[in-house]
Write a protein of this length. Structure first.
Lengths: 111, 113
């Protein structure tokens, strides 16, 4: 069974601070995706990383895929209250490219 | 353009009953996946269908079944409902499975009492 461990589980910070969320596994994934989920809604895709060592930037968000394609991180610079939400990492594997999700990081950015 | 649509949005069922959840993928998407998200956890993979064929099945009991129709919409059926089946059921669509990530619907909130 493939597992993705996400940390921290909860994070509460002040507006303007930086933060990093980690996603670790003992399994290799063909790709790793990061999603953000609001209450009562489905997850919304932020980014897909495919190549080991890949770094992608999306405005204030920086995503990194580990060299061995087993781990990933999400770094947010100068967090804003609008960044509040549940951040989920998900690894794709198998011929069906099914997703294995981490348990999520609930981020709260206080004004 | 319409995103992934799921119906109903909420429903309440009694233990032992059966339920059918429906999903329409984004136009042009031929892959539909179903996930179960229990409160406080990440979604868990249930099924994936591509071109009307089952391509993957997660670790769920046989009470869970699904199918995909010629128009690529899909239904998820759950028989003999248990209290533990209470969850948000999410449908995700993609062009080939997984390519470029998935688009999720808003889900169906199932409560079993």
């Amino acid at each position: 069974t493939q597992l993705l461990e996400q940390s921290p589980q909860f994070l509460s910070i002040q507006e303007g601070e930086n933060l990093t969320v980690y996603c670790n596994s003992s399994s290799v994934f063909s790709s790793l995706q990061w999603y953000r989920q609001e209450p009562g809604e489905g997850p919304v895709l932020l980014v897909t990383v495919v190549t080991g060592g890949e770094v992608k930037k999306l405005k204030r968000l920086t995503f990194q895929f580990g060299d061995a394609r087993k781990d990933s991180s999400l770094h947010i610079t100068a967090a804003q209250p609008g960044d509040t939400g549940l951040y989920l990492c998900a690894g794709a594997s198998g011929s069906a490219r099914q997703l294995t999700f981490g348990s999520g990081t609930q981020l709260t950015v206080l004004p | 353009d319409a995103g992934v649509t799921q119906s109903p949005t909420h429903l309440i069922k009694t233990r032992g009953q059966q339920v059918t959840l429906r999903c329409s993928p984004i136009s042009g998407h031929k892959s539909v996946s179903w996930y179960q998200q229990v409160l406080g956890q990440g979604p868990q993979f249930i099924f994936q269908y591509y071109e009307k064929e089952e391509r993957g099945r997660g670790n769920f009991p046989d009470r869970f079944s699904a199918r995909q129709f010629p128009n690529y919409s899909s239904e998820l059926n759950v028989n003999a409902l248990l209290l533990g089946d209470s969850a948000l059921y999410l449908c995700a669509s993609g062009v080939p499975p997984g390519a470029g990530g998935y688009t999720f619907g808003s889900g169906t909130r199932l409560t079993v009492v």
